[in-house]
Design a protein around this ligand. Sequence first.
Ligand code: 1HN
Length: 347
Amino acid sequence: MNQPVDNRAARDDYYRRIGTQGMTPLWEAMSALVPETPRTPCVPHLWHYDAVRPALMESGTLITAREAVRRVLILENPGMPGSSSITQSLYAGLQLILPGEVAPSHRHTQTALRLIVEGEGAYTAVDGERATMHAGDFIITPSWTWHDHGNPAEVPVVWLDGLDIPLVRFFDCGFAENHPAESQPVTRPEGDAQARYGANLLPVDFRSTRGASPVFAYPYARSREALHRLSKGQEVDAAHGHRMQFINPTTGGPAMPTMGAFVQWIPAGFSGNAYRSTDGTVFQVIEGRGAVEIAGRRFDFGPRDTFVVPSWMPYRFVTQGDETVLFSFSDRPVQQALHLWREERIA
Ligand code: 1HN
């Protein structure tokens, strides 16, 4: 009694028979279903911008932004082939828009964020207002907002897209539609949202109506200025340097309900403490060179590179001569809302 029995063949035959009835044995799946610590197919990876840029520019000779709707090379996690995902919950891609092009207006329940990587002078329009892009700017497209892009400038413009596509797919709650006009009508002057909601002021009768920030463009000049001032102080966080989160100024909460976005300044000559958290995170290098060690593997990074840190893998930053500025995003607000998020500092 109560001794494991050696009846592999009988069990396999049994599994096959119950399989025809739409059942499988929990005891064969238990440890995978309820791991002691997060077990993810997502692997650490770094995309060197200099290496991927030629292929991205070549896409501009093969298809127009209009035909493609969005001309994007998906950054797919090598551990998750075929998933169009960079982590289990997040999608990322590099989008190219050439001078004179328009990417037509549409909306979807998936939330998008952009971090401008190269070029300037293109715009994105969100809910009737355009924002002109400059390298390092952070722009959000909240769920179900009309959005389109255009490039009236002389140079190609590239940005990193981050979307909560896998999360929305998980919940099977995706909806999308095209705008009747290729470019949505402009109904508010550029800078309107910033003046109305992003100047430590709010309209006197303001009531929050949606989860995402009504400020949809966060110019890099402003975040860089804030980080520059912080860098003049004394102590930095031993793991992160100075790490700030992009907020919805009307609530103090995250800029978007499904994705957290962050920007951090790391001093030169930094040998950071290791850190891990349950939100797998995508980083985009804005300025400077350095290295990140992820679960013991070292990745050297420079300006415009993208890398991904999977859930719960320890990582630490090492810099030499350069101050660095990194943008990052993750599903942290979702995990926090569900009381699932954990972090650990590994001294
Ligand atoms: C989308 O709407 C954009 O608006 C970018 O720029 C990437 C990937 C999948 C679905 C929609 C954009 C997207 C996307």
